[in-house]
Design a protein around this ligand. Structure first.
Ligand code: PLP
Length: 369
């Protein structure tokens, strides 16, 4: 694509840091892992951070750490990336989906309680595109029903809710560092929590179930190799140092899009709650309801033909083939999610996007509309 949908922002600092690790010979389980974890814990304002090899691994370990198991139900949203609910399935539990708010595109908190049963053990709110949902209400519901809350903040590093960082608002949270994220380590993720036991279990499980101080061939519990390399952590440390610059660049790109698109009646944008300060992950517009899913597919195809990277985003989780097979989900189960998801388009969004490229994208989109 001439104008890429996304892309990492790598400076000489990240390159130097990775090379230094390569020269050091400490490629895994070295000093960069705790250094990155400490920096993340400080940034997010939590006691513990546990580096893992992806956001998905982080969510999976959190499910295990809070004891989600066979027969349990965990509530989440159908308008997210598949990993938000696959982590529930990994443990043999059932994702119970709750439709979204048509304005914020986050889980509709007024519908959560209807999804709670005697088997519900947790809620996974997702910070869609960077926006933290109404966490006060979610936590109040959780408290009433003795549920744990795990934030899927994979898209929201640096976002705030009532002045507090995404990921620090509940029992624990997970971030992801794939190259389209605010900061990247290539692949990677981070668990954040104030809970000593969750942190201890996650640190053990990501390292084959070894407890601190245990030998290489001693295993206290079922574990995995979900470790993050020192190269990745070295890169993450430098990226995190640049987080304010990165968030600022992304906010500037959003402001260019908004200037050009906010009075365009044929599209709408995610409405931002007044409690949330956004760290933008992607920039998504929604076509008016008069456009069909096929119209959206045509627009995407034609934008791409012009060299403009774009994508449908998200695709409803419940309509994925294996969710339909496993749980009997079908079209119409979550009408708000389906109406939004059939019409959303993620436009090019990364730190290096220029104002003239945003101009071109918006002009092309308007002419196709
Ligand atoms: C909402 C959400 N949850 C989870 C993940 C999984 O993160 P990863 O790709 O690092 O496994 C992503 C990544 O795109 C995501 O957007």
């Amino acid at each position: 694509m001439r104008i890429e949908l996304s892309g990492p922002d790598i400076s000489q600092g990240e390159i130097d840091a990775v090379i230094a690790v390569l020269k050091s010979g400490r490629l895994s389980l070295g000093p960069k892992v705790p250094e990155f974890e400490k920096a993340m814990a400080e940034y997010v304002g939590v006691k513990h951070a546990v580096a893992v090899s992806s956001g998905t691994c982080g969510l999976h370990l959190l499910m295990r750490a809070i004891g989600v198991g066979r027969g349990d139900e965990v509530i989440s949203t159908p308008f997210s990336f598949i990993a938000s609910t696959n982590c529930i399935m990994y443990e043999g539990a059932k994702p119970v989906l709750v439709d979204i708010d048509p304005r914020t595109w986050n889980i509709d908190v007024s519908r959560i309680e209807a999804g709670v049963t005697s088997r519900t053990t947790a809620i996974i709110p997702v910070d869609a595109f960077g926006q933290v949902p109404d966490m006060d209400t979610i936590k109040a519901i959780a408290a009433r029903h003795h549920l744990r809350v795990i934030e899927d903040s994979c898209e929201a590093l640096g976002s705030k809710y009532k002045g507090r960082m995404a990921g620090s608002l509940a029992d624990a949270g997970a971030f992801g560092f794939y190259p389209n994220k605010q900061i990247t380590t290539g692949e990677g993720g981070m668990i954040v929590t104030n809970d000593d036991e969750i942190a201890r279990l996650c640190a053990s499980m990501r390292n084959q179930g070894r407890d601190t101080g245990m030998g290489w061939l001693s295993h206290e519990r079922l574990g995995y190799n979900y470790r993050l390399t020192d190269m990745a952590c070295a890169m993450g440390i430098v990226q995190l140092r640049r987080i304010n610059e990165i968030i600022g660049k992304r906010a500037r790109v959003v402001s260019w899009y908004r200037q050009r698109l906010s009075d365009e009646k044929r599209i709408s944008m995610q409405q931002l709650g007044s409690d949330c300060e956004m760290s933008w992950f992607v920039f998504v517009v929604k076509l008016a309801d008069s456009y069909s899913e096929q119209n959206r597919a045509d627009i995407i195809e034609r934008l791409r033909a012009k060299g403009i990277g774009c994508s449908n985003y998200f695709a409803p989780i419940h309509l994925q083939n294996f969710y339909r097979r496993e749980f009997g989900y079908k079209n119409g189960d979550f009408p708000v999610c389906e109406r939004v998801a059939a019409r959303t388009i993620a436009l090019p969004f990364h730190n290096a996007l220029t104002e003239s490229e945003v101009d071109e994208v918006c002009a092309a989109l308007k002419s196709l509309l």
